[in-house]
Design a binder for this molecule. Sequence first.
Ligand code: A1D88
Length: 240
Amino acid sequence: MSVIEWKKDGSVAVVSMCNGSNRQNLEFAETMNRIFDEIEADNDIFSLVLTSSDEKNFSQGVDIEWMGGKLAENDLESIKAFMYGMNRVFKRILLMPLPVIAAINGHAFGNGAMLACACDFRFMKKDRGFFCFPEVDINIPFLPGMIAFVRKAIPEYKFNELKLTGKRVTALELAEHHIIEKASDDIDELKSDVMEFARTFTKKRGIFGEHKRRMYKSVVAVMDEEDPEFIDGLKLFVEG
Ligand SMILES: C/C=C/C(=O)SCCNC(=O)CCNC(=O)[C@H](O)C(C)(C)COP(=O)(O)OP(=O)(O)OC[C@H]1O[C@@H](n2cnc3c(N)ncnc32)[C@H](O)[C@@H]1OP(=O)(O)O
């Protein structure tokens, strides 16, 4: 079974991460990029909802165990392919010529939280699930490109707090700072809120894509120009 699946619901593509905690590894990145190819090729799709079928998790971020295994095998190329693959996922969301809406149905940690931040809009349910950047506690620095695109989703004062404390927050706190459109009561309300919002979009791809290209030009430049130094040099952890 695939780690990510998608289906069409009218003009909306619903992409569901379906591998439990949805840890991100090379297979995750390659599958997401393949699904984006399929969605972009279908001109009857006007919005994309990104969610997970798991009861508890949206995505818990990087698959640290997979990465540790690749390091132990000295398979550094797979790690680099994963990092570039995820950057491609983030960049494609930033530039996709249709709205990408995250339905955060559970825990969104690290790269999982970042995945939601790359999206144009976010909704989250409030009864269970935390949003968190734990990197400060697990010795993982953000890539420069990550810092650049998270800033478009989170006000600077709040990003400063979340990034430097590593605190876990719920949908209610995210809604207070307009990081999400709405804190939905439960999974059923989340689904209906997100689908109702997604269906309001029937914008032409040309103009929608051009808006996003101009808005995120400087973010994409950071990803293209500054990230390779850290990925190619595998400067992914900080000691001490
Ligand atoms: C550059 C990028 C780097 C990376 O990506 S690095 C990887 C980063 N990822 C991580 O570090 C993830 C690591 N994973 C974890 O730490 C844990 O795997 C989780 C915290 C994600 C989940 O832990 P669990 O114990 O399975 O969580 P629960 O059972 O869902 O919740 C624990 C308690 O918290 C309550 N709770 C959860 N959400 C809410 C909410 N929104 N409002 C109020 N309470 C909530 C629950 O009910 C429960 O409580 P009760 O223990 O009493 O049953």
